[in-house]
Design a protein around this ligand. Structure first.
Ligand code: SAH
Length: 206
């Protein structure tokens, strides 16, 4: 209940500002978390082992950086979040509306580390075209989307969500099992997250 209440004050703009603009968004060294995350994802998808029709991203928040390498390997990307404010922010970006967060430094960095010489605008266009569904989700429910995903996902990705929304390890394990129900047998689950953090800030939400 305390976690849910905290998320009611979550401010997407403040979250983006805190985590995805300088000084945190520093691409100059792999010591920083942003280039580390992008490198993890680029290397994971560069293996060529993880591909299919649908990838579902759990707890997308207002961010798309986690989909930049993934989107080359799936026909459809499904983004999800618990909060309508985050889903709306993502929808505005996907439709290319003016005034949305500028992800171009992230897209340029990913194109650079993927090393295919792809123009960043091309990757942005592809992700927007493939990001066709942005759905509500609650990982604490056995049926997180309220209905089964059909067909089930070939891959589930979740970045900085399950551990951030679970009060303890048992709740984390249950949430992981709930999210696993969205995946086809033999599919891939990709988790990216933080250890040893007891809180983070998103405006008034702590
Ligand atoms: N994936 C993004 C956002 C992580 S922040 C990133 O990498 O930056 C954690 C996200 O979990 C927030 O967007 C929040 O709205 C979402 N969330 C909160 N409670 C949730 C729940 N019960 N089920 C799913 N997502 C939840």
């Amino acid at each position: 209940a305390a976690l849910r209440e905290g998320y009611e004050r979550f401010d997407p703009r403040a979250y983006l500002q805190n985590n995805y603009l300088p000084p945190r968004a520093d691409f100059s060294s792999e010591e920083f978390v942003v280039p580390w995350k992008l490198r993890c994802l680029a290397e994971t998808f560069a293996s060529g082992e993880i591909h299919g029709r649908t990838l579902i991203d759990v707890g997308s928040g207002p961010t798309i950086y986690q989909l930049l390498s993934a989107c080359d390997h799936f026909e459809e990307i499904v983004a999800t979040d618990y909060l309508a404010v985050n889903r709306e922010e993502l929808g505005r970006w996907a439709r290319g509306e003016p005034g949305t967060f500028d992800w171009s430094p992230f897209i340029q960095h990913v194109c650079k580390i993927e090393g295919r010489g792809e123009p960043w605008q091309e990757k942005q266009r592809r992700l927007r075209a493939r990001l066709r569904r942005i759905l509500p989700i609650d990982v604490h429910r056995p049926d997180p989307l309220g209905a089964p995903l059909r067909p089930p996902a070939d891959a589930v990705l979740s970045a900085f969500c399950l551990e951030a929304v679970s009060p303890d390890r048992a709740a984390f394990a249950r949430a992981l099992a709930h999210v696993g129900s969205l995946l086809r047998p033999g599919g891939h689950a990709l988790l990216l997250g933080a250890l040893g953090e007891s809180f983070y800030l998103a405006g008034a939400a702590r």
